[in-house]
Design a binder for this molecule. Structure first.
Ligand code: RIB
Ligand code: CA
Length: 313
């Protein structure tokens, strides 16, 4: 089966790191580039984390590009409370030897789309600043984007406010541009990612792999679990592996329950800024613009991640 050509845009971040492991370990993707967004931590820290992860998993030949330092119009809100001061606290990772490409992320994404013989899927798992800028600066390249499979938003919930999820909350204007761009979207929001839980028994399974990547992944899951066990006891000790969902859907959409919905983003509300307004019951009778995931076969999801990490260094 031919590999799916993708560009990954991420803000590592523990779950971004696991998403990269799934993408690279699955063997299902022709990964053209990794571009970096500011989100979980500053651009400098998320870039450093990305280079360390790519070095760990032996993907040092992938071109990596600097993205935006901040959201389009707002100040950056980092998630040090969940990801730590480095943005990837917990396991010690190898120092990296990779060089960052001199071209900026948006120009690099545009160049890849222009040169591509077929359309490319974009997988953002952080704030959507880079993607919105690409769509604004190069609208004619929308036809070269196969789909945007993103982690972000929520149908009935938030984690930054009661209604806004972190990635969308950080740059709601960018998210509104993306959802209204007319490009096919798959939205993996908190409704599904809070069912994509990893538990201690799973973490020990990853640790038992004995390879560097499995040990690092287990360490990341251990650290990531601290915040959720303390702040979301409703998850019964599980930690939501948000970002790998955006890759897993491309690998096997059949493990998800989804619904095509009209989605827009609130950018002005005092209480609702950053909310993805998902018309789940089609009360507006608008043309759907996103495939929205709301459930997942958790065991199969963990199995996919395990099988991907197993083959990495
Ligand atoms: O709300 C979860 C999202 O915010 C994930 O992408 C996580 O990495 C953080 O960026
Ligand atoms: Ca992320």
């Amino acid at each position: 089966m031919s590999k799916i050509p993708i560009i990954i845009d991420c803000d590592p971040g523990h779950d971004d790191a696991l998403m990269l492991m799934l993408a690279f370990g699955s063997g299902m993707f022709d990964i053209r580039a990794v571009t970096i967004s500011a989100g979980n931590q500053t651009q400098a820290k998320t870039m450093n984390n990305a280079l360390k992860i790519l070095t760990l998993i032996g993907a040092t030949d992938i071109p990596v590009y600097h993205g935006a330092e901040k959201p389009l119009f707002r100040d950056l809100a980092v998630a040090d409370y969940a990801h730590g001061e480095t943005g990837l606290d917990g396991p010690s990772l190898p120092t990296h030897t990779m060089a960052v490409q001199p071209m900026r992320a948006v120009e690099a994404m545009a160049a890849i789309l222009v040169e591509a013989g077929s359309s490319i899927t974009i997988v953002p798992t952080g704030p959507l600043t880079n993607i919105a800028t690409l769509l604004l600066a190069y609208p004619h390249l929308k036809s070269k984007i196969e789909r945007i499979s993103l982690m972000g938003g929520g149908i009935f919930r938030g984690n930054m406010t009661p209604l806004a999820e972190f990635n969308i909350y950080n740059d709601p204007e960018a998210a509104a541009i993306v959802f209204n761009a007319g490009v096919p979207i798959t939205m993996c929001g908190l409704d599904v990612t809070h069912k994509a839980l990893v538990f201690q028994k799973d973490i020990e399974l990853f640790r038992s792999l004995g390879n560097k990547t499995g040990t690092a992944a287990a360490g990341m899951m251990d650290f990531f679990s601290i915040f959720y066990r303390k702040n979301m006891p409703e998850l019964d000790g599980g930690a939501p592996l948000h970002d790998p969902c955006a890759i897993a859907w491309l690998m096997n959409p059949g493990i998800f329950k989804t619904k095509s919905c009209y989605v827009d983003v609130e950018t002005k509300g005092e209480l609702t800024r950053g909310a993805t307004v998902v018309d789940f019951y089609n009360v507006l009778n608008r043309e759907p613009n996103a495939v929205v995931a709301f459930d997942i076969d958790r065991d199969e999801y963990i199995n996919m991640l395990y099988n991907a990490i197993k083959v990495l260094p």
